[in-house]
Structure formats: structure tokens, C-alpha cells
Design a protein around this ligand. Structure first.
Ligand code: SF4
Ligand code: SF4
Length: 420
């Protein structure tokens, strides 16, 4: 759906129309820092019980910004606080922190009794060339995570292409055999593609759960609604990734933040986003990558005092989203799957700079940041080879976006020079 059409459809929704009237009221505060005894809510679907808030370990605290090495001292404190609050679901993957996430999770969690935490890991299907690779990686993951078994195990990032690989190499059959041996408790997959591909995967085998990207932005923009409905139709519980869209929904822009603030001055945009997802009855667990203690504390507060959204609150979210979409940002989540670019273009960095400009209107700052980029990392170097587009889970037309950004910022620069 085009942005303009989407805005029109929002306007047509009754939950959006009365926003200005609704904003005058306030709601009871719930997102203040949690007490030390606070426990997050649990949820049970199809006999599976987990905390509704799970710990995503793709963005653990780093020793040095931009480098994969993890700050263990900080991560240890975060994990201890999470465990104390009942956030004992930890989601890792072969690729996260270039393999160091699995190792860190293994090193830090083995200090707790194995049955006291829930461990999720994933088979990197796109790395597989032969059936022998499956067993090699599986054993490597058990060793890295210092465990005998995984509670949740997923085929990672399935799409039309990797699904063909998974079928050809019989990945499901290998993992099902591990499940029968008691090495996997629940078997599922994570997914990034169109709903029709999801439908095919969902009905092909018996799955215990599936992990999809879901948040109030993607509900319509990324067809998450259709994906959620397909999984519900097949009775497959949903684990949510990117509830904040890589942090975008925690930041938003001034206008959107002001809408939330007017509705409830004590609740953060992140808390609104989590509540939106938690309201969906087939959502089993919501993963959040909590890098700072204040994020974890705030999330514990949100998930230990959850209340369903009222129609009025849904209207507030729709209003904030409409205000955000007007800004024309690129929907990049900084997952970095598109890297490395063969010619060295710093793809997510450029989108972050551009989005910062669109949200703040500060063109001088954008110019300063962009001109500090080494020439070989700039958008102008893109040769449209499309290697990145094939890997982007958000289906961003990266070279096209670069052309648009170059054109738009050149125009803005001309305007800025003319104004001097
Ligand atoms: S399309 Fe451009 S940015 Fe993407 S990988 Fe190719 S050269 Fe790099
Ligand atoms: S462009 Fe796509 S793949 Fe690259 S960081 Fe952004 S969302 Fe991830």
C-alpha cells in the first residue's frame, strides 16, 4: 500500500478520527520504573507457557560501538535483572554479534539452573549448502550455548528462496528427529516474506510456533496483519520480533511523541508499542533487545502492569503513526543483513542519517554527518548490483532509495545555499 493510501485508510478508521478529542483526556500511568519484586506477565497458548516479554540478544551491549564484542559485565547485570523479573526467555542466533551472542548467552546463563531459563536458537538456513552443514552448525550451536538442548528452535529467516533450500536439504526432518530425541522442545521458524509464502510454509509441516515481525507500523505497512491471521488460522502461536521496529517506534518524531505525551505524560512511545502487540491474543512472546538497564526496567514495568488498550488508546496510536508516516523516512531497522555491500556502501548508516534529518528537519547536521563519511561508503558509489536488496528483510529498494535521497538532499542543499 502506498504511503498516501495508507494515510487515507487511517483517516477512514474510526479509531483514528477522534484523536484530537481523545488527547485531551489522560490515562492512568503504568510505565514508571518497576519495583524490584515486579514480575512480567506470562502467557500460555497451546499448552506452551512463557513470559510475554522475551530477551532478544541481537543487540547486546557492545564493548566498542560498531564492533561485535559484547560487554560481559553489562550483559551479566542485565540478564540477572531479567531473570529476577521473570524475563527468562532468551533468543539468540548463529549470526547475532557474528556468533558472539550465542557464546555470551551460553557463558552467562549456565550460571543458572538449566530448567530456570528458556533458550531459543536458530538454524541459519541461508548458510546451508549440504545436509552435512546442518549437523555441523547444530553441534556448534549446542557447544557455543553450553547446553544439551534448546527449548525453542527455529529455521532462521525463512523466505521463498531459503524455504526451497530448507526443503531440498530436509532441514525440518533433521530438526524433527532432534525434537523426538528431546533436544528441542518446540520447533518453529522465523519469517520475512510475503503472506502467500508464509501460508505455504505454515501448512507444509506441523509447527509449534512461528516468529514474525509485528508492530503497529508493520500491521499495515509490512502486511503483518495478514501474517498474523495466517498463523492464527493454522493454530500456530506467534512470537514477535521487532516490536519497536529496531528502535524506530521508541524514537519516532516530535509530532508523534507529542501525541503520546499528551495522552499519557508518563508512558513512553515504546510502552505504547508493546501494549499494541500484547493485545493480540495469539501472541505468545514479544522479544525486545534491551541494551540498557533503563530499557529493561521500563519494559518490566510495562509487562508487569499490562492492561488491554481501550478504543481511545488505539486512536492515540493511530494518530501518532499518521504523524510519523508524514515524514517520509526509510523503513530501515538497522539489522545489517544487507552488509557487506561489495563496493563498501554504508547502507544502514546512510539511512539512519537520512531518517534523522527527516525527523528533525536538521539538514545542516545531515550534511555534516554525510560529508564525514569516507567517499567509498557514500550512496553515490552504489552500482545497483542488487545484492543488498535480496538480503533486506524489509524489502527496501535500496538503490532506488539512494537515488531519491541523493536527489532530495541535493535540492535541499541548493535551497539551503540560496537562503544564505
Ligand atoms: S545495490 Fe548498491 S548498495 Fe546494494 S550491494 Fe549493490 S552496490 Fe551496494
Ligand atoms: S537496509 Fe534492510 S537489511 Fe539493511 S539494515 Fe536496513 S533493514 Fe536491515
Amino acid at each position: 500500500m502506498k504511503r498516501r493510501d495508507f494515510l487515507k485508510s487511517l483517516l477512514a478508521l474510526s479509531i483514528f478520527a477522534p484523536v484530537s478529542r481523545l488527547l485531551a483526556k489522560t490515562v492512568k500511568k503504568t510505565a514508571s520504573p518497576a519495583g524490584k519484586d515486579a514480575k512480567v506477565e506470562k502467557r500460555t497458548i497451546n499448552g506452551i507457557t512463557v513470559p510475554l516479554l522475551g530477551y532478544g540478544t541481537m543487540r547486546l551491549p557492545r564493548k566498542v560501538k560498531g564492533e561485535p564484542a559484547i560487554d560481559y559485565a553489562k550483559a551479566e547485570k542485565l540478564f540477572a535483572r531479567a531473570m529476577a523479573a521473570g524475563v527468562n526467555y532468551f533468543d539468540t542466533a548463529y549470526f547475532y554479534h557474528r556468533g558472539l551472542s550465542e557464546k555470551c548467552v551460553g557463558d552467562l546463563l549456565t550460571r543458572y539452573p538449566r530448567e530456570s531459563y528458556i533458550l531459543a536458537d536458530k538454524m541459519p538456513v541461508r548458510l546451508l549448502k549440504t545436509e552435512a552443514d546442518i549437523e555441523r552448525i547444530w553441534k556448534e550451536q549446542l557447544a557455543r550455548c553450553k547446553t544439551e538442548y534448546f527449548d525453542f528452535y527455529l529455521l532462521h529467516a525463512l523466505n521463498g528462496r531459503s524455504w526451497k533450500t530448507a526443503k531440498r536439504l530436509k532441514v525440518y526432518e533433521f530438526l524433527k528427529a532432534r525434537q523426538r530425541e528431546g533436544k528441542i522442545r518446540y520447533l518453529g521458524f522465523s519469517f520475512h516474506d510475503k503472506p502467500e509464502v508464509l501460508d505455504e510454509i505454515a501448512k507444509s509441516y506441523k509447527w509449534d510456533f512461528a516468529q514474525i515481525q509485528l508492530n503497529y507500523y508493520d500491521w499495515t505497512q509490512y502486511k503483518s496483519k495478514e501474517q498474523y491471521e495466517i498463523l492464527t488460522k493454522y493454530n500456530i502461536p506467534v512470537i514477535v520480533m521487532e516490536p519497536l521496529r529496531g528502535g524506530v517506534l521508541a524514537r519516532l518524531n516530535d509530532e508523534a511523541r507529542a501525541i503520546f505525551k499528551r495522552a499519557d505524560r508518563d508512558r513512553s512511545p515504546a510502552s505504547w508499542a508493546f501494549r499494541y502487540v500484547a493485545d493480540l491474543p495469539n501472541v505468545l512472546c514479544i522479544l525486545s533487545g534491551m541494551t540498557e538497564m533503563e530499557h529493561l526496567e521500563e519494559n518490566i514495568a510495562t509487562f508487569s502492569t499490562l492492561k488491554p488498550l481501550s478504543a481511545r488508546e488505539k486512536g492515540v496510536i493511530s494518530g501518532a503513526l499518521a504523524a510519523y508516516l508524514k515524514k517520509g523516512t526509510v523503513p530501515c531497522t538497522d539489522c545489517r543483513y544487507c552488509l557487506p555491500c561489495p563496493v563498501g556502501v554504508a547502507i544502514p548508516k546512510i539511512f539512519a542519517m537520512y531518517n534523522g534529518y527527516k525527523l528533525s528537519g536538521d539538514f545542516a547536521r545531515f550534511e555534516q554527518q554525510y560529508s564525514a563519511l569516507p567517499e567509498e561508503e557514500r550512496a553515490q558509489e552504489c552500482v545497483s548490483c542488487m545484492a543488498c536488496v535480496k538480503k533486506c528483510p524489509q524489502s527496501i529498494a535500496i538503490p532506488e532509495e539512494f537515488k531519491r535521497i541523493i536527489k532530495e538532499t541535493a535540492k535541499a542543499k541548493k535551497g539551503a545555499c540560496g537562503n544564505k
